[in-house]
Design a protein around this ligand. Structure first.
Ligand SMILES: Nc1nc2c(c(=O)[nH]1)N[C@H]1C(S)=C(S)[C@@H](COP(=O)(O)OP(=O)(O)OC[C@H]3O[C@@H](n4cnc5c(N)ncnc54)[C@H](O)[C@@H]3O)O[C@H]1N2
Ligand code: MOO
Length: 403
């Protein structure tokens, strides 16, 4: 198969990726989940005009001169309204969050008043309408404040509560199964023998997928045999994974079993090998409802490909309206040579120059096995295929990596 351009590969992965079914979830479980429908307010907020301060509710027209004396006829605290209306020459003691009584149109703060028994004396003329929050100044019943496809922030949860939605219609979270392959891999904490290395890729991939709202489960490390890899693919299906992510065994070596096992299980391959660096030997296919992303084993390649392809797929299945990564503009921190025909995603550190411009500087080594350098990078600097040489200070596109 020919190398596929990155944009075409992403389009193939996202083709037909419809949002998963909706479910009703309690508000305190809804952080970072995705709304399945527009959400309209079930009430008006504030429901009545309310005082923004502790002081006295008055009629502004009564208090245009300093020294005005008004008779205090009652008290309103938050949650304890009064059913008496204010008449000329009267005031009502009011506290923050109290419902402004009928007839009042202004609140004077207590610091600007003196009290003499049941009389309040205004030290300064009142400013008409001050310190009152009108009914509905935040929102009105029926207002759509949260949109289908929104990933709910912490502030959105407070807003939904205020709109009186204890349960929210959310998309089911995608289930992502992670399978590592490789006879040489050992879990951290073990003492590697000759040629053995520690399993690392999955830690970043689980975290990345969960950060994007997926539920993840681990299929462990399969030996480099057709049987072991095939058995793990079957387990992913049995566990009803929406996405199976494999790492390693993706290239052309005698021990690279992933492609063969996927095909033996009936996966329809959409592509194998992309015109990008890192991550050329990446594959994608489908087995029924399960989508498979076969990532290269090199740790940097697996992470960069997961970031570029797995994340948008998780977002699409989650029903998010913002599926694509957001490219940002920066300037190059150093000269770069012309690029070849593979789109390059250089790992880059970010800083600001004296004029406040964002500067992206590739980390010193770009080999796709180097986790130390990946961890130093805050962004991917995109070099399009066949990009000409570029000087330090010239504009470039970046994708910021998660913190
Ligand atoms: N003849 C060719 N050889 C290679 C090609 C090619 O096109 N033709 N592509 C190269 C590129 S580019 C990459 S990237 C790698 C990817 O190969 P595989 O996906 O088959 O990966 P492995 O060989 O299984 O592993 C590569 C490397 O990464 C280590 N690894 C694997 N899994 C993990 C893990 N979970 N945690 C940590 N490290 C892992 C593995 O031990 C190897 O060192 O192929 C090139 N070869
Ligand atoms: O794609 Mo490989 O990731 O260039 O090393």
């Amino acid at each position: 198969m020919a190398l596929m351009p990155v944009a075409d590969a992403l389009a193939a992965i996202l083709a037909g990726a419809e949002p998963l079914p909706e479910e009703l979830i309690a508000l305190d479980e809804a952080h970072h989940r995705v709304l399945a429908r527009d959400l309209a307010a079930r009430r008006t907020q504030p429901p009545q005009a309310m005082s923004a301060m502790d002081g006295y509710a008055i009629r502004g027209g009564d208090a245009t001169a300093p020294g005005t004396r008004l008779r205090v006829i009652g008290e309103v605290a938050a949650g304890r309204p009064i059913d008496r209306a204010l008449s000329e020459g009267e005031a009502i003691r009011i506290f923050t969050g109290g419902v402004v009584p009928a007839g009042a149109d202004t609140v004077v703060i207590q610091e600007d008043c003196s009290r003499d028994g049941d009389v309040v004396i205004l030290n300064e003329p009142a400013k008409f309408g001050r310190h009152i929050r009108p009914a509905g100044i935040d929102f009105n019943e029926g207002d759509v404040l949260l949109r289908q496809g929104a990933r709910l922030s912490d502030r959105d949860l407070a807003l939904a509560a205020s709109m009186n939605h204890p349960l929210l219609p959310l998309r089911r979270r995608p289930r992502v199964a992670l399978l590592a392959t490789g006879d040489e891999l050992l879990m951290p904490g073990a003492t590697p023998g000759p040629g053995q290395i520690l399993y690392s890729n999955g830690y970043a991939l689980h975290a990345l997928a969960r950060d994007e709202g997926a539920e993840t489960f681990d299929l462990g490390i399969a030996a480099d045999t057709l049987d072991a890899t095939t058995a793990a693919i079957r387990r992913a299906r049995a566990e009803q994974a929406d996405i199976l992510v494999t790492t390693g065994g993706a290239s052309a070596g005698d021990h690279d079993m992933v492609m063969r096992s996927l095909q033996a299980e009936g996966v329809e391959m959409a592509f194998w090998k992309i015109a990008m660096r890192p991550g050329k030997p990446m594959m994608h296919g489908r087995l029924g409802a399960m989508r498979v992303i076969g990532l290269p084993g090199n740790p940097v390649s697996s992470y960069v490909c997961a970031y570029l392809f797995m994340v948008p797929l998780i977002r699409a299945l989650s029903g998010r309206s913002d599926v694509a990564h957001c490219r940002e503009l920066a300037v190059l921190g150093q000269d770069l040579p012309a690029n070849d025909s593979r789109e390059d995603y250089l790992r880059a550190a970010l800083s600001f120059d004296d004029s406040g411009r964002l500067v992206a500087t590739p980390v010193q080594r770009q080999d796709s096995s180097l986790l130390g350098y990946l961890s130093k990078a805050q962004a991917l600097l995109i070099r399009p295929a066949l990009a000409p040489a570029a000087k330090a200070g010239s504009p470039c596109s970046i994708l910021k990596l998660p913190l």
